[in-house]
Ligand binder design. Sequence first.
Ligand SMILES: C[S@@+](CC[C@H](N)C(=O)[O-])C[C@H]1O[C@@H](n2cnc3c(N)ncnc32)[C@H](O)[C@@H]1O
Length: 230
Amino acid sequence: MAERKKMLRLLKTKDNSFTVYNEVLNETYHSRHGAVQESRHVFIRNGLGPMLRSQKQIDILEIGFGTGLNALLSYLEFEKASSDILYTGAEPFPLDTGIISALNYPEALSLNENQSSTYFRMQEGKAIIENIQHSRFQFELIRQEFLQCRFEKQFDLVYFDAFAPDKQPDMWSRDVFTRCHELLRENGMLVTYCAKGEVKRTLKACGFKVETLPGPPGKREMIRAIKIYC
Ligand SMILES: C[S@@+](CC[C@H](N)C(=O)[O-])C[C@H]1O[C@@H](n2cnc3c(N)ncnc32)[C@H](O)[C@@H]1O
């Protein structure tokens, strides 16, 4: 554990929001061009946003929970919405509270006290919050590798936020995407920041219809994959 702590440090990205840098992998948890900008663009604007406009309940699975930034941004969208969100995060290496409390998301996102405390409660593993429309945000963190997790339901939306394919190739394999496909409901979506040709081909081979969308600042493209067959 002490070894893991030593290999992680915080970095400020170009939109002034922090990310975590893993020295061993030489990889950051978010884009250096802007952590908040990237998460908003890939996961909220091109994933959760369209679903919030059409569904009363959205089951989200995040693969690679990390700092919890995507969960926090999803929660902020939920506050303004009238849909229920049931959010499950999978993360085998949860960050310790020292790192989480040093991240500047409360300032970068101008969070109020309730929003900050919700973010910290999510790190503890479970939370249920109601908004003024009486919709429910239910959160659970599973501290396991994705392929070891046992789920008792399917999902509408997968936030696929593993380390890049050249750093963690096993996470972009046919086994992983086949499991994502099984776990999604028909017309469910997987969104990811990566737009590599090989990733698109693997997703197609697993039964997804693949869309290439404009990427966040600093990245030309991203992927949205839709489950078309059951
Ligand atoms: C790119 S970072 C995640 C960024 C994260 N979504 C955030 O907003 O901070 C990749 C994450 O995947 C996690 N991870 C590594 N192997 C995993 C696995 N087998 N299953 C699920 N998550 C994994 C890492 O520990 C790391 O937190």
